[in-house]
Design a protein around this ligand. Structure first.
Ligand SMILES: NC(=O)c1ccc[n+]([C@@H]2O[C@H](COP(=O)([O-])OP(=O)(O)OC[C@H]3O[C@@H](n4cnc5c(N)ncnc54)[C@H](OP(=O)(O)O)[C@@H]3O)[C@@H](O)[C@H]2O)c1
Length: 282
């Protein structure tokens, strides 16, 4: 990674900053890495798919480095982050986008839950711990976690996934307090459904609670919010239609009503799953 794309005046804040994007091979992470690169940041692309990352980095040319990593392996995370810091000299920005989703009802929870916890949540803690010494030394850093509306409301089929996203919110909140005055800011970006390969998988799993196709976000919109959060150090950006935002607010005030609405929204998914058990070929 020998240089950067030439920045415009508006992009000077980003120019030359080293940004590690975890989950950069696809979807929101790829869109975020692309937006950072376009602004002149030096982007480190991390995910498991080594070939994909190498292809992306090669097509962008200077200013992009592909570093394969499986975030479930803490030792590998530490090794790879140390290698990045050694090559780049510092790490200014961490965007943690790695995530997987299995839509599971409570009696379907199995090893896939462990996989979600290790990828969506523990991986975030491992990468954070690995980058912190570099940010502390520079007395500057931006950490942005990509959470989800599911970090605020746990609907039918999303128990396991929501556990990971609530956990991510907890990590962000505690870390923000620990890092107060350090020059390192911690943000959470919590989107509604986003058109990515992950959503394709969700849609195949059955009728999604609260899914409104007309409100689905595009990955570049979320990427721009991630960059806004990184730049401003904003605590949390919730990217969702007003009806969902209002629902989150009302749910705090009227939890009994919220629970009834969640139950009703989830009935089609429960019915769908029961049908699959009765008629496995369908
Ligand atoms: N799409 C939505 O509707 C939506 C809504 C709200 C929040 N989100 C969140 O947004 C984030 C990005 O999701 P997306 O929709 O962009 O999904 P995506 O297109 O499936 O991307 C997921 C990324 O995570 C990486 N990843 C998965 N397991 C990994 C592992 N063990 N180690 C390293 N990287 C791993 C994947 O790369 P490899 O497979 O190459 O490892 C990929 O780059 C996730 O945290 C997701 O929960 C998504």
């Amino acid at each position: 990674m020998s240089g950067t794309a030439s920045p415009g005046l508006a992009d000077l804040w980003w120019a030359g900053r080293v940004a590690v994007v975890v989950g950069a091979s696809s979807g929101i992470g790829l869109a975020t890495a692309r937006a950072l690169h376009a602004r002149g940041a030096r982007v480190v692309l991390m995910a498991r798919s080594a070939g994909r990352l190498a292809g992306i980095a090669a097509s962008w040319g200077e200013g992009a480095l592909a570093v394969p990593v499986d975030v479930r392996d803490r030792a590998e995370v530490e090794r790879q982050i140390a290698a990045v810091a050694a090559e780049c000299g510092r790490i200014d920005i961490l965007v943690y986008c790695a995530g997987i989703l299995y839509l599971l009802l409570a009696d379907e929870l199995d090893e896939r839950l462990r996989d979600m916890v290790e990828t969506n949540l523990l991986g975030a803690a491992w990468v954070t711990r690995a980058v912190l010494p570099w940010m502390r030394a520079a007395r500057f850093g931006r950490i942005v976690y990509v959470g989800s509306v599911a970090g605020h409301i746990a609907t039918v089929g999303y128990a396991g996934y929501a556990m990971t996203k609530w956990g991510l919110r907890a990590l962000a909140q505690a870390l923000r307090a620990e890092l107060d005055g350090s020059g390192i800011r911690v943000s959470l970006v919590s989107p509604y459904y986003v058109r990515t390969p992950m959503l394709d998988g969700e849609l195949a799993a059955g009728p999604l609670p609260g899914y409104d196709p007309s409100a689905v976000l595009e990955a570049p919109q979320v990427a721009e919010a991630v960059l806004r959060a990184a730049r401003s150090g904003a605590r949390e950006l919730i990217l969702a239609p007003w009806s969902i935002r209002l629902g989150l607010l009302l749910g705090q005030l009227l939890p009994g009503l919220r629970d009834r609405v969640i139950a009703r929204m989830g009935r089609p998914l429960i019915e769908h799953r029961r049908r699959l058990v009765r008629e496995p070929g369908r």
